[in-house]
Design a protein around this ligand. Structure first.
Ligand code: FAD
Length: 287
């Protein structure tokens, strides 16, 4: 099923994210993660690409595994991790395997990389245009309520986002944020620019404090004082930190749905137990 159709249904949707194995020896474990997450019946499951060294074959394999469990898969694809020729091959493979949803990204540029190089697409908008020209795919892309870390001016970032959407995006998924007011403000600003594809709100349940420091350094995401107090209080008690992180994410989602933000993506990483606890907290709300 094309994700754009599901996002326009007017019902609340919840999706989960996982990353593929970095080595073939870990494939069986990730298959079990897929099985356990699929049992929660999310509207779709996305599988990352290239981040932290994951290979394209494993992204496609895991996307297939998700579809075989009766759940729609969203395969990520990045400019950084694949040359233009590789992109062409992966698109053909996805089409052959009947995976029809792609999240088109530039990717994070590794240190000492010579990117952008002539053999690669430089910006996600170029990759979006290529996938659109290929035909038959539902295309998503990333957006940043706090502005992308490399872009000095938020207005420029939104201008580039508009170009990306006009290249052929059907929907957007946000970077994580910990203050819903930042998202509401962003939604007003992009609407004013004429960006009106569905926006899926990305929520990260923070279950350990090391993870959050690394992610914030990488993405520039701001920790509001209320959330920082939780991290400071519980960072040396892992079970308490996990419980507090799940409670905070649940509360964010309840507030989003109360304010009519109906499409929620949970950055579950490869933790079906965390996904299950959040979905359990929301059972009557998303029912
Ligand atoms: P772009 O849209 O290309 O933007 C990158 C930067 O260039 C921005 O600063 C933008 O303002 C600027 N820009 C855009 N267009 C132009 C232009 N025409 N001229 C000048 N400047 C321009 N990374 C992975 O490696 N694998 C993943 O699976 C992955 N999944 C992700 C999923 C989500 C939902 C999100 C939010 C991020 C994900 N990332 C992933 C991280 C992402 O790749 C990085 O944030 C990356 O730095 C930017 O990717 P992008 O697609 O937003 O890039």
């Amino acid at each position: 099923m094309k994700i754009s159709e599901c996002l326009k249904s007017g019902r609340v949707t919840v999706s989960c994210e996982l990353f593929p194995p970095k080595k073939d020896g870990e494939l069986e474990h990730v298959r079990e993660v897929v099985r356990d997450m699929a049992a929660l019946k999310p509207n779709f499951m996305s599988v990352t690409y290239g981040a932290g060294g994951g290979t394209s074959e494993n992204t496609v394999r895991i996307a297939q595994e998700i579809e075989s469990r009766g759940i729609t898969a969203l395969a990520h694809l990045t400019c950084v991790s694949s040359t233009k020729d590789q992109v062409a091959r992966i698109l053909a493979e996805l089409k052959e395997k009947r995976i029809e949803n792609i999240l088109a990204l530039r990717g994070d540029i590794p240190k000492d990389s010579d990117f952008p190089s002539p053999g690669h697409y430089r910006y996600a908008c170029e990759l979006v245009a290529e996938i659109k020209a290929h035909g038959g795919f539902c295309i998503g892309a990333a957006c940043y309520p706090e502005g992308h870390i490399e872009c000095a001016h938020k207005e420029d970032d939104i201008e580039y986002l508009k170009r990306k959407v006009e290249s052929g995006c059907d929907f957007l998924t946000t970077q994580m944020f910990f203050d819903n007011n930042i998202l509401y403000n962003f939604l007003y600003r992009i609407l004013a620019k004429g960006i009106n594809v569905p926006v899926v709100a990305g929520i990260m349940p923070v279950t350990n404090s090391r993870q959050i420091k690394r992610i914030c350094a990488l993405s520039g995401t701001v920790l509001p004082p209320r959330f920082k107090a939780i991290v400071d209080k519980f960072s040396d008690r892992p079970a308490a930190m996990e419980q507090a992180g799940i409670a905070y994410a649940t509360e964010q989602i309840v507030d989003l749905i109360s304010n009519n933000v109906k499409n929620i993506h949970i950055y579950t990483m490869n933790k079906p137990d965390v996904a299950a606890r959040i979905m359990g907290n929301l059972s009557e709300i998303i029912g």
